[in-house]
Design a protein around this ligand. Structure first.
Ligand SMILES: *Cc1c(COP(=O)(O)O)cnc(C)c1O
Length: 366
């Protein structure tokens, strides 16, 4: 008997290329889209190592834990790094980017995370892109947590390197990822003697041996199961419609935010401004005197399948994350998460209005 996962016919180069084209369509991009055979950290690191070097002055925006990591890679490449850190309860503004350029006109690279699932904020990439374009810097964007949840438009926004993964709002596999690469970014890599070559991290290998060869022969055996899962995931998005998928995420975020505010008991949205809150996931501040990780553990004890988590590291004390993405961007998941959190707060002796919370969530969903 043939096994559905094991006894597969080889994935052809043509099929691989067609999956790349469908991913490119999701991003409305004419740039080359390379699907990398690993989790999104592979292109995230590969793109930095390919384009940054001792001659680079990078403006690295930190709105969550990933920005920190990008800064470490940039420094490791020998780049001069100017970190622009903003509090996790807010987003960076285009004006802050403009000020950074005014202070350091030598900036020729900008790294930014679009939305942060870990902190729940989202940054105004279109406006920031205008500033970066004016100054001619290379623009690197981590759109792993935004793609599928809100518009991601590398061409319209002037993004030179846009990295996505399917495991969040796209509801797909975590083991493959993609990056769109502008002509400028390819040129920067080609001119960089330290860009990885003949390496698993290398984007240039894919450029020279895959893209420039007319996508006829793969560099190595592809991650076949992950590629098939990505194809199925893109097909499901095409069937639902990208706009509907994004609307589902916007509604889930609005409903969670409104429901949490109406729940009371001291629970509050972590990101102050609704427009700076990411559609992919909603972060909440736990009431004073309540340790977020304990509250989450209590809620998960009742239903371990809920997409609830405490913040990472130092945030574990104060931040609750509702990961209402992909198949969890539904009114039902928002309801069960609010109910579980409300019940856990009530068990702590806090005064909550669960009926009010569910009503507010329903109204906000629209
Ligand atoms: C989720 C995410 C990634 C990918 O990291 P994993 O933790 O492996 O899923 C990268 N960047 C951002 C901004 C993310 O939210």
């Amino acid at each position: 008997m043939t096994h559905p996962f094991l006894d597969l016919t080889p994935l052809s180069a043509a099929r691989f290329a067609s999956i790349e084209d469908r991913v490119a369509r999701l991003l409305s991009t004419e740039q080359d889209v390379v699907i990398m055979q690993g989790e999104a950290l592979l292109p995230l690191e590969g793109a930095i190592r390919a384009t940054a070097g001792p001659g680079t002055t990078a403006l690295n925006v930190i709105t969550g834990p990933y920005g920190q990591t990008f800064g470490d890679w940039l420094r490791d490449c020998g780049a001069t790094v100017i970190d622009l850190a903003v509090p996790f309860h807010t987003a960076v503004t285009a004006e802050q980017i403009r000020e950074a350029f005014a202070e350091h006109p030598e900036i020729d690279f900008v790294s930014l995370v679009h939305a942060e699932a870990a902190t729940g904020n989202t940054n105004p990439v279109a406006e920031i892109g205008e500033v970066v374009k004016e100054r001619g810097a290379l623009f690197y964007l981590d759109a792993v947590a935004s793609v599928g949840a809100e518009p991601v438009l590398p061409d319209a926004w002037g993004v030179d390197l846009c990295v996505i993964g399917a495991q969040k709002a796209m509801g797909g596999p975590a083991g493959v990822s993609a990056v769109s690469v502008s002509e400028r970014a390819w040129a920067r890599m080609a001119a960089n003697p330290k860009a990885p070559r003949r390496s698993y991290l290398s984007l240039l290998d894919w450029k020279e041996r895959w893209v420039d060869g007319g996508r006829k022969a793969l560099l190595h055996a592809p991650a076949q199961l992950e590629m098939l899962a990505l194809e199925a995931c893109v097909a499901r998005i095409e069937a639902e419609g990208l706009d509907r998928l994004m609307a589902r995420h916007a509604s889930a975020a609005a409903a969670t935010r409104a429901g949490a505010a109406a729940l009371g008991g001291g629970l509050e949205p972590y990101v102050y401004e609704a427009k700076e809150a990411a559609p992919v996931a909603t972060t909440l501040r736990s009431p004073s005197g309540v340790v977020a990780s304990e509250l989450v553990a209590r809620a998960l004890a009742a239903d371990p399948a809920l997409p609830l988590a405490a913040g990472g590291g130092a945030l574990a004390k104060e931040m609750i994350r509702v990961n209402h993405y992909g198949p969890d961007a539904t009114p039902g998941t928002v309801r069960t998460c609010l109910t579980a959190l409300g019940t856990a707060l009530a068990e702590k002796g806090l005064d909550v209005d669960l009926t009010g919370a569910l009503r507010a969530a329903e109204t906000a969903w629209r």
